[in-house]
Design a binder for this molecule. Structure first.
Ligand SMILES: *[C@@H]1O[C@H](CO)[C@@H](O)[C@H](O)[C@H]1NC(C)=O
Length: 403
């Protein structure tokens, strides 16, 4: 039986602390949480605020998490992702700086094209996942995870100083903009009413600066984390509420919170950093080998290449896989066993899939069990149940590409 209930338990696993509604009596710790420019708007729309990566963010609004999730799949939703770290890498040596930290081919990015990439360490572990865009304004625009803000900034700033010390032309600036994600099949149609650029010419992972509903200097990037078509809009903080309200004026658009964001990204097979990938996972183990640029593999010139490149020939002990089961939902930390009862891995995220009406999860298993269709056992609440290794994404994605 698929159960929509008890998602608070699952949500606890994605939040750093158990979710707690923030009442009137703020403790000192809660006072210290950072607020996005949309904080008051969230409260006005009934946002239930929780702590996430040091920020005060809505986990859901008045609608249930399930209806918010399904609204995103059928119409479109507005997510406040202003907590994410936005940076600009400037100077003639910006590509060299970025390539010294990530696994991707940044030099091949066309003007205004972006890519998902990974910061790695010398041991081959993933320090964070990020989007890098080669803007036509002459800088690299980088978006990385809020939970990794301090270490990402330290990593990039140290490399900036190192390169500056040998005379390179490179610099870093934190972008204090808000970031709004508009996601769903009608997102482009909603946005088109407020821009003069033709969004039909803005394919998945491309980016442009434009005026949006009268707000100048917005960077619109065709990307997101739901598997749907959509955009992320980097907007000057002072104009964020005006832009959010203009988008919400369209009845297609509803606000959606962290709970819907998590089940949407899981259905789309996308990793949550800290759960599904971390510094102890390599890109190959994490089934993210596609992020390793061809030229970069040959040159072996990214951090951890000596560990990662040999793994591409199939020599890893464990891999990230998708899992589908019925019965009680699989959760992070649920043990995975072979049908003979040997422990072969662990679930890293799981939830009831509102779209499939089955339970979906991702986790790591010994490589010999990673083929789609393999039956395994997952232990949930001390009971073992059958799960099947599945291809990801669990649902077809609908990213917008040019014909
Ligand atoms: C990035 O975009 C610029 C235009 O700003 C272009 O000249 C350049 O060739 C592109 N690629 C790289 C790696 O800079």
């Amino acid at each position: 039986m698929w159960r929509a209930g008890s998602w608070m338990a699952w949500l606890g696993s994605i939040l750093q602390a158990p979710p707690r509604a923030l009442g009137r009596s703020f403790s000192c710790a809660q006072d210290a949480l950072r607020r996005t420019p949309l904080y008051d708007l969230h409260l006005a729309h009934g946002g239930k605020m929780v702590e996430f990566a040091g920020w005060n963010l809505p986990v859901q609004y008045r609608d249930s998490h399930i209806s918010s999730h399904l609204h995103t799949r059928r119409h479109c939703s507005l997510f406040d992702v202003s907590h994410m770290l936005q940076t600009k890498i400037l100077g003639c040596d910006r590509v060299r700086l970025m390539e010294s930290l990530v696994v991707g081919d940044i030099a091949e990015l066309r003007p205004n094209q972006g890519t998902l990439s990974l910061f790695t360490n010398e041991a081959g572990g993933i320090v964070d996942d990020l989007i890098v865009t080669n803007t036509s304004e002459g800088h690299l625009y980088v978006v990385s995870n809020a939970g990794c803000r301090d270490k990402d900034l330290a990593l990039m700033q140290a490399k900036v100083r190192e390169l500056q010390n040998v005379g390179s032309d490179v610099d870093l600036e934190v972008v204090d903009n808000a970031l709004l994600a508009l996601q769903g099949p009608t997102a482009a149609q909603v946005l088109q009413a407020g821009v003069s650029d033709n969004l039909g010419k803005l394919p998945f992972m491309s980016s442009a600066v434009m005026e949006v509903f009268g707000v100048p200097d917005c960077r619109v990037t065709r990307c997101g984390y739901t598997g749907e078509d959509g955009v992320e809009i980097s907007v000057p903080a002072a104009e964020a509420v005006r832009l959010a309200k203009a988008l919400l004026d369209n009845p297609e658009v509803k606000l959606a919170g962290l709970a819907a964001r998590d089940s949407l990204r899981l259905e789309a097979g996308l990793c949550l950093y800290g759960n599904d990938i971390d510094e102890h996972t390599t890109p190959v183990e994490g089934s993210l080998s596609w992020t390793l640029g061809k030229r970069r593999r040959a040159a072996m010139d990214f951090p951890g290449a000596e560990v990662i490149v040999p793994q591409l020939k199939g020599k890893v002990q464990r891999r990230r896989v998708g899992l589908i089961c019925e019965g009680p939902p699989m959760r992070a930390h649920s043990p995975i066993l072979s049908t003979e009862g040997t422990v072969i891995g662990t679930v890293t995220s799981g939830c009831p899939s509102p779209s499939l009406k089955k339970n979906v999860a991702m986790g790591y298993v010994s490589s010999q069990y990673s083929r789609p269709g393999t039956s395994v056992l997952v232990e949930v609440r001390r009971k073992q149940q059958v799960a099947v290794v599945s291809k990801m994404p669990f649902l077809p994605t609908s990213y917008y590409t040019l014909k």
